[in-house]
Design a protein around this ligand. Structure first.
Ligand SMILES: Cc1cc2nc3c(=O)[nH]c(=O)nc-3n(C[C@H](O)[C@H](O)[C@H](O)COP(=O)(O)OP(=O)(O)OC[C@H]3O[C@@H](n4cnc5c(N)ncnc54)[C@H](O)[C@@H]3O)c2cc1C
Length: 406
């Protein structure tokens, strides 16, 4: 098939590679003219790493990323609540990787450019079905143009133009009052130098993990995300204007909340004040859609199911979509049957994650511990059964598609 993918992010580029590997002729159209390594850290869960391994990318991931050994939950006093071994240490077939989003995108871009047509400066604004073909309507610096194919895949992110065809009255993404500050800081490694930590609770949470090996001076690039609830989620609350997304943040926005979070194993205010970059984003999502396909087009990744960044699911679920779409097109000769099979496989799970993340997902345990012991605890078992904590976290993981090899 001839397939156009609108959007050269992690989802679109992985889909391009997975579809090309199955013999399809793929063209990726990316709105940005020259992609740059934007963003900070993301985590790739083992099931997504397995997909990238199938595309020959495991050595590159080992080169670029940190193999995450564990996810540690802690209260805002730095007391550990639960340690969840990750990747091979957690019994999975593949590692979990903490990686710089922009570097991963650039690597996928290079990989895809060697195998399929990848064009920058091409904004897909609409798709229409015409005589048994899908026609992408494209804006470029040289004016509008059109390109026909058998299928157009909308991998164009949270502000997706192609999603708008399915949900014309949807409006802007949903915001419930939490702002995120994403930063990177060169700092001494903490714990084993490979651990991801989520500390605090849903009103003030600090997520932190390294995204590179220590350099010669011993410092490691540490990625962190500080969440603060700025508003209560009352009806009618609207997200900050899109023009204000990813604007530079200031330490003064965070120090009143996180300034005293000095644990004996992590200096949170130190990471904030010494950040080399810090960007502010509203935490937003969208309601799950009743369908992703319309004629000869479908959606994938954030355009299909933007979700709160909880549980390391953003890039992971986009990669799982890419794999499922390629498999469904291989398994069914009829396009509509294939797109229905792809949706049946992916849509219910992604809708479930959107809903679970609205309830804090696996981080809900942080709120429970904060409510039970706001001043900390002598022994966790005094306030909550540790087996209950493990069961809650494992239930989320199972619902979000984690599968151990054991
Ligand atoms: C600039 C940027 C920085 C990010 N930084 C982080 C981060 O630090 N941490 C994190 O957890 N997540 C980050 N994300 C989100 C994360 O990358 C996604 O949640 C996840 O990887 C799923 O990716 P996706 O490919 O579905 O969507 P995206 O990564 O959003 O990619 C969508 C792509 O489509 C392109 N596009 C948009 N509209 C059109 C159009 N009309 N026509 C053609 N192309 C179009 C965009 O330029 C982009 O390249 C970032 C996303 C972006 C775009």
């Amino acid at each position: 098939m001839q397939i156009i993918i609108s959007g050269g992010g992690i989802g679109g580029l992985t889909a391009a590679l997975a579809l090309q590997a199955r013999g399809h002729e793929v063209t990726v159209l990316e709105a940005v003219r020259e992609p740059r390594p934007l963003g900070v850290g993301i985590n790739l869960l083992p099931h997504a790493v397995a997909v990238l391994d199938g595309l020959g990318l495991l050595p590159a991931l080992h080169e670029m990323a940190v193999e995450t050994s564990a996810l540690v939950f802690a209260n805002r006093h730095g007391q550990p609540i639960y340690r969840d071994p990750r990747g091979l240490a957690g019994g999975y077939s593949h590692p979990q990787f903490s990686i710089h989003r922009g570097e991963l995108q650039m690597r996928l871009w290079a990989e895809a450019s060697a195998k399929v047509t990848v064009l920058g400066g091409q904004r897909v604004v609409n798709v229409r079905d015409d005589g048994g073909r899908a026609v992408a309507e494209i804006e470029t610096a040289d004016g509008p143009r059109e390109l026909a194919a058998d299928l157009v895949v909308g991998a164009d992110g949270i502000h997706s133009a192609l999603r708008r065809r399915l949900a014309p009255d949807e409006g802007p993404p949903r915001w419930r009052g939490v702002m995120m500050w994403r930063g990177t800081t060169w700092a001494p490694p903490f714990l084993d130098g490979r651990t991801m930590v989520q500390a605090g609770h849903s009103r003030a949470k600090f997520v932190v993990y390294p995204i590179g090996a220590p350099r010669a001076d011993g410092l490691q690039l540490i990625n962190w995300v500080a969440d603060r609830r700025l508003r209560e989620p009352e009806p009618g609350l609207t997200a900050p204007d899109r023009a204000d997304w990813s604007r530079p943040g200031r330490p003064e926005d965070l120090l009143p909340t996180f300034g005293r979070w000095r644990f004996d194993w992590l200096d949170v205010p130190g990471l904030i004040t010494r950040a080399e970059q810090m960007l502010e984003w509203p935490m937003v999502d969208r309601d799950p859609l009743p369908r992703w396909r319309l004629g000869r087009s479908t959606l994938l990744g954030d355009s299909a199911h933007p979700m709160y960044p909880i549980g390391s699911n953003g890039a992971t679920q986009a990669i799982m979509d890419a794999q499922a779409l390629a498999e469904a097109l291989g398994a069914h000769a009829d396009l509509d049957t294939a797109l229905a099979a792809y949706e049946d496989e992916r849509r219910p799970m992604c809708a479930r994650i959107v809903e679970m993340n609205r309830q804090e997902g696996l981080d809900a345990i942080l709120d429970r511990v904060e409510a039970l012991a706001p001043d900390g605890f002598a022994d966790l078992a005094d306030i909550i059964d540790p087996a209950e904590v493990a069961a809650e976290i494992n239930a989320y993981k199972a619902a979000a598609g984690h599968r151990t090899a054991r």
